[in-house]
Design a protein around this ligand. Sequence first.
Ligand SMILES: [Zn+2]
Ligand SMILES: [Zn+2]
Length: 312
Amino acid sequence: MAMLGAKSNSTYLHSAPVVSDTYWGQFDEISKYNVSLNYFERLWLTWYTFMQNDVLATGIMSFVMHEVVYFGRSLPWIIIDCIPYFRKYKIQHAKIPTAKEQWQCALLVLLSHFTVELPQIWLFHPMAQYFGLSTTVPFPPLHKIIYQICIFFVLEDTWHYWTHRAMHCGFLYKNIHKIHHQYSAPFGLAAEYASPLEVMMLGLGTVGSPILWCAITGDLHILTMYLWIVCRLFQAIDAHSGYEFPWSLHHVLPFWAGAEHHDEHHERFIGNYASSFRWWDYFLDTEAGPEASKRRRERALAKKAKEAKKAQ
Ligand SMILES: [Zn+2]
Ligand SMILES: [Zn+2]
């Protein structure tokens, strides 16, 4: 049974002798005919075959993935907030979120997921097909998935920096971004606590970056897109965690933003606008915090001294 190279997963439905009604029954049959596929590829193929509706298959998969990753990644931070041992790593020591605060935040995020994001996720498959994203098996090689995700991180960070910076201007801040700044000491669950308009505007960087890449190169698998969104969710939740550890990633990668960077943004409301990296804030002199202010003052003094010397 030639499945590989089929244009759509649904093509398989007409050509394969799938007789079982259950997911695992179909998995066994697909496994018989597609021995060259790995376990995950067979799971993937069975899902699309079982659903018999690509839009629904992609929509349900992406919505469930989003919920599982969002709340699954937030859970360890909720637990850490309950353990006094970790207080020494809390960036804003005195501001431990209460259970009530976390609960209210989770409810609003959940409401926004069901009202704002669910319909968008439903449009995901038609949009992916329009821009030529592949949904077939086999999956792309790992090195390709990794380098494409690195590119999306850079693109999203750029979009995030400028959009987020613009959102700190009077009108946009008052009417849209203020909601996200309700917590001056953020916690994991607060990553997507924001106005629906903000979710859409900033989300455009997350979804638009791979779409732009696919429109230019014509080479993107929807699995890479999923893994990118998982990485981006981890980044956003961890950046809001409120904890800075000696083993935090930015100690290894100095240009990685991390929690310290974004916590300072929530505490001071000004500066540190980027999401994943520190370079935009560094080069455009929008870094937040007392150290950055000190550096700025020193630079201004040095410039003045230089000018005075020139004038003499
Ligand atoms: Zn902000
Ligand atoms: Zn934030």
